[in-house]
Design a protein around this ligand. Structure first.
Ligand code: UT7
Length: 319
């Protein structure tokens, strides 16, 4: 029994905000700096009243339609997010209510930009165990809420969005292998080091990042975990049809592809359109490539992510 992707969907809120548009918002930056270092041209920013569960609902509705099933058919909902609507209940439960699903197991996964990989890995275990049959796995973020718009080294890099897949039990091949890791000793290089206590924010409620340290760490672990996942599945990198890396930075993406011996013609890149959408970035890119026909049934696709924690992981699947 495999866990197989039955449908994919994604959603980006509003109109693209181009790099130079950020200048009008008071950010001292320019398109050349942002594009040359990151490959980002634009990002989408959710309206003030739009939450992660709202974005998740749009992406999920599209994934359910692509899978040809109803929300009521789903028996497991996992949302990967670091920007939940509330402290509790989980964004997955709020999404469940919006979808009109009653009774499915629903919970959030918090692994920042690796969140979708972690959530997909967890859902796969539930399905392969036989306990659940149809899972909705979502990455949804409103990172614009945790950006310090006075910190140009971070605010230009992130955006809002959501992506979702329906995963179902199948005798046909689906997920072939997963690999995921964390090392909390690196928590300080990418974090939002604040909390709520007694009605007040304690600490810092904004995203803080040591960009150079994150860059070095990401390049190393992404190549390692990609190789580990391929070895578990007994698949060589030459057999991979598509690589879908976390969409944070084109230079990290290119470096990982090079280490794996893959040409950029085998790599799905959407970071230029939406910047770093954290847990949403991998399903967003997957949806684009499925809908434009590049990824076809039977193709071997390697998904991989890295993020705060530090966390990192990969999923190898036959689509
Ligand atoms: O999910 C993981 C998420 N994180 C990442 O993927 C981030 C990984 N890291 C990176 O992508 C890069 O480290 C950055 C893009 C964040 C920064 O690139 P860099 O080449 O490491 O730049 P830098 O920190 O060395 O900054 C160089 C200069 C500085 O000016 P001075 O001190 O040399 O005069 C900055 O003040 O660039 C300046 N700068 C900017 N200029 C225009 C910093 N931010 C901006 C900006 N626009 N937005």
């Amino acid at each position: 029994m495999f866990a197989r992707i039955a449908g994919v969907g994604s959603f980006l809120p509003g109109q693209p905000v181009k790099n130079d548009d950020l200048i009008q918002r008071g950010v001292e930056t320019n398109d050349e700096w942002i594009f040359s270092r990151t490959g980002i041209r634009a990002r989408h920013l959710a309206a003030a009243n739009c939450t992660s569960s709202d974005l998740a609902l749009e992406a999920s509705t599209r994934a359910l339609a692509a899978a040809g099933i109803e929300a009521s058919d789903v028996d497991l909902i996992i949302v990967a997010t670091s920007t939940p609507d509330f402290i509790f209940p989980s964004t997955a439960c709020l999404l469940q209510a919006k979808l009109g699903n009653h009774g499915a197991m629903a919970f959030d996964v918090q692994a920042v930009c690796s969140g979708f990989i972690f959530a997909l890995s967890v859902a796969e275990k539930f399905i392969r165990s036989g306990s659940h049959k149809k899972a909705l796995v979502v990455g949804a973020e409103v990172f614009s809420r945790i950006l310090d718009w006075d910190d140009r080294t971070t605010c230009v890099l992130f955006g809002d969005g959501a992506g979702a897949v329906v995963l179902e039990a199948s005798e046909k091949p689906g997920i072939l292998a997963t690999a995921a890791h964390a090392d909390g000793s690196h928590h300080g290089i990418l974090s939002v080091p604040g909390s709520v206590c007694g009605g007040k924010v304690i600490g810092d409620p904004f995203l803080r990042m040591d960009g150079k340290a994150v860059f070095k760490f990401a390049v190393r672990v992404l190549a390692d975990v990609a190789q580990e996942c391929c070895e578990v599945a007994g698949v060589t990198s030459a057999e991979i049809d598509w690589l879908i890396p976390h969409q944070a930075n084109i230079r990290i993406i290119e470096s990982t592809a090079k280490k794996m011996g893959l040409g950029m013609d085998k790599v799905i890149v959407t970071v230029d359109h939406h910047g770093n959408t954290s847990a949403a970035s991998i399903p967003l890119a997957l949806d684009v490539a499925v809908r434009d026909g590049r990824i076809q049934r039977g193709h071997k696709v390697l998904l991989e992510g890295v993020g705060g924690g530090f966390t990192w992981g990969a999923v190898l699947l036959e689509f």
